[in-house]
Design a protein around this ligand. Structure first.
Ligand code: SF4
Ligand code: SF4
Ligand code: SF4
Length: 261
């Protein structure tokens, strides 16, 4: 009998930094499909089923969920980068800073006092996206990520392909689904500059888009900003942009566009 040669599976690590773990739960929510995907890998680390990563291996693929807030988070992130061929950030807080980034725009002492009530010394660093610390190979956007998109992207990476998310705004999906335009009704909606792919899920519930998937390539930020500034105060606009950490990337891109003219 000819013995079949065992093919070594690629290794995967799924790491959670500071996060609500919602993106990892989206993965689990895929049920059988997620287990089939995991079956293609040698799973070395998975935050939801173990306490601390062992950091003994080299990894073919490392998924990072969450924000590097604490010193331990930053240390772990850098160690994973060193050990991983491909590092993919998963979700809004890893990619854009997430809801925690609201803190960057508040008075520090006021925030500490509000949270802890009693006077105490607390480390309170600015929130920064993962790509401020390490090179990122790929981003899976959203708060939380979209299950089907996640599976599709990981399968493509597994096949050695470079997946590309179609660069179009949330507005396209919103209009296709026939949802009412909240921007026209007088609400701040970031759909015209935000990367589609979420099926405009917020608009389905009559909730404006707050930009959790980040900007799409070619977004006409200037046009939207000038419309918003004609109709809202800068404070009102920034408050919406801050909810999912999009404010800094939007303003940076706006600045870039202005300089290039
Ligand atoms: S992106 Fe959103 S759902 Fe995912 S871990 Fe961060 S806060 Fe949770
Ligand atoms: S509601 Fe928002 S996402 Fe929908 S079409 Fe209007 S601006 Fe675009
Ligand atoms: S509609 Fe906007 S905020 Fe809502 S999930 Fe899609 S990208 Fe995120």
């Amino acid at each position: 009998m000819i013995k079949k040669k065992k093919v070594k599976k690629p290794t995967i690590a799924i790491i959670g930094l500071t996060s609500c773990e919602g993106c990892q739960f989206v993965m689990l929510d895929q049920g059988k499909k997620f287990l089939e995907l995991l079956g293609r890998f040698e799973v070395q680390e998975f935050r939801l089923i173990e306490d601390e990563p062992m950091l003994e291996e080299k990894y073919d693929l490392c998924l990072i969920e969450g924000n590097p807030v604490t010193k331990d988070n930053i240390k772990l992130l850098k160690a994973m980068r060193e050990r991983s061929k491909l590092l993919v950030v998963v979700g809004n807080c890893a990619a854009l800073g997430g809801v925690w980034e609201i803190k960057n725009y508040q008075l520090r002492q006021k925030t500490i006092k509000y949270v802890y009530k009693i006077k105490m010394k607390v480390a309170n660093p600015d929130i920064k996206e993962v790509d401020n610390f390490v090179h990122v190979d790929y981003v899976i956007p959203g708060c939380p990520i979209t299950g089907n998109e996640f599976l599709e992207i990981i399968y493509q990476l597994l096949r050695g392909r470079r997946p590309r998310i179609a660069q179009s705004p949330v507005c396209n999906e919103c209009r296709t689904n026939g949802y009412e335009c909240l921007l026209q009704k007088g609400e701040i909606c970031l759909g015209p500059i935000t990367l589609g792919g979420c099926h405009a899920v917020c608009l389905k519930s009559k909730q404006a888009c707050w930009g959790c998937r980040g900007l799409f390539e070619g977004a006409q930020i200037e046009n939207l900003m000038s419309y918003l500034l004609d109709n809202f105060t800068r404070g009102e606009i920034y408050r919406v942009m801050e909810i999912f950490g999009a404010r800094d990337s939007i303003l940076r891109q706006l600045e870039k566009t202005k300089k290039s003219k």
